[in-house]
Design a protein around this ligand. Structure first.
Ligand code: NAD
Length: 365
């Protein structure tokens, strides 16, 4: 937690660092390096308490989310995660799988609100498979419910049948709708609620509850409804028309990966998973990329943009978040990109050094 002896403008924070597996430790290292530069350039003190999660935690302790990791998060303002998973754990039984660490941390800290900003940048338009004219002015925030629905419902399987129960309560829908309403109020005040209300009862509950919350508590916010199949299409044909997209767990998972293609690479997309108490887990949208792990090829920008989200949403350091984002955008303008985006690309550590240099240069100008 922030040091209580400091005043409201405390600039000293404690963050649990969770490098994880595959390229997780490589992009996590990049985040540590940039945060240490921000201590010099902005006087920001972030004490990182490094802990185990995922496959690395299974190997060391047998548990994908050890008790020490949970305890460290409890004593922190935020947690910063690289990625979890890899083929070496694919054959493990369900209770010893790396992704369970992630699902359990979301449940343990009630991280019900997942934010995935999708913002295109003109210097990266050429890397998207979409036509350039569709990419101008895309600035969309996907708000995905993260602790309910079929990912957490009752599950069973036998040789011939299987079931994943998708269940939502009024309260679960209302609280994430409130979060989306608050976000919309700071943006263009428009929400698209994505569901499948022509078929699913859970979607009909979502429509009833979300429209009531928005009408009663956010009268300045407009909400439209859209079926998920149509949303998948409109994300590609007119992505710039969306402001905030609110949706349930499974639809949000799929649509946000689809939307990532607007930006050019999975390696560019950050995310935040928040609870009601400002605690958040910040992580890149991508996975552990075992195919490129250990080769210095990992794109660290998704992780660095996740650091910016952490500064903004959990640490209240808005100016520092903007400063970091500006340095990243300058690097993009100068073509400082990893190999997922250009064949002669820079290494993870070269990109990190470039972002650090920009921070230092800005602080002196
Ligand atoms: P992935 O995101 O790891 O990789 C997909 C493709 O994108 C790969 O070709 C990879 O090389 C590339 N890629 C991803 N991130 C990159 C980056 N930062 N820089 C450059 N290229 C990048 O998805 P996957 O291959 O489906 O999954 C690999 C493992 O990651 C699996 O074990 C999966 O369960 C896990 N996973 C973890 C998370 C998480 O920790 N939040 C999310 C998704 C998948």
């Amino acid at each position: 937690m922030s040091d209580p002896s400091n005043n409201q403008k405390s600039r000293s924070f404690r963050v649990t660092g969770l490098p994880g597996d595959g390229i997780g430790p490589e992009v996590y290292e990049s985040a540590c390096s940039v945060l240490s530069a921000m201590e010099e350039t902005h006087g920001l003190q972030v004490k990182l308490d490094e802990q185990l999660i995922g496959g690395a935690a299974i190997d060391a302790t047998g548990d994908p989310l050890p008790a020490e990791t949970i305890e460290a998060c409890r004593n922190s303002d935020a947690a910063l995660l690289g990625a979890v998973g890899g083929p070496q754990w694919d054959g493990n039984p369900a209770h010893r799988r790396p992704e369970l660490g992630l699902l359990r941390i979301r449940a343990e800290f009630n991280l019900f609100c997942n934010l995935r900003p999708i913002v295109t940048h003109p210097s990266l338009h050429g890397f998207s498979p979409l036509r350039e004219d569709r990419l101008n002015h895309v600035d969309l925030m996907i708000v995905r419910e993260l602790t309910g629905g079929s990912y957490f419902g009752k599950k069973w399987r036998n040789d011939d049948e299987a079931e994943d129960v998708c269940r939502y309560t009024r309260e679960e829908v209302a609280r994430v709708t409130r979060a989306a309403g608050q976000i919309a109020q700071c943006r263009d005040k428009r929400i698209t609620l994505v569901d499948k209300a022509n078929v699913l009862e859970t979607s009909r509950l979502w429509r009833a509850v979300a429209s009531q919350v928005i009408e009663e508590e956010f009268p300045d916010v407009q909400m439209e409804n859209m079926y998920v199949d149509a949303a998948a299409m409109h994300l590609l044909t007119r992505p710039a028309d969306f402001d905030v997209m609110l949706t349930e767990n499974l639809f949000g998972d799929i649509l946000s990966d689809e939307a990532s293609m607007l930006c050019g690479s999975l390696g560019l997309l950050p995310s935040a998973s928040l609870n009601d108490e400002q605690f958040g887990l910040y992580e890149p949208v991508h996975g552990s990329a075992p195919d490129i792990a250990g080769q210095g090829k990992a794109n660290p920008y998704a992780m660095l943009l996740s650091v910016a989200m952490m500064l903004r949403h959990s640490l209240g350091c808005h100016g520092e978040a903007v400063a970091l984002e500006e340095c990243i955008h300058e690097c993009w303008n100068e073509g400082i990109l990893t190999k997922d985006l250009r064949e002669d690309g820079y290494s993870t550590t070269e990109v990190t050094a470039a972002v650090r240099e920009k921070l230092v240069a800005h602080s002196k100008s």
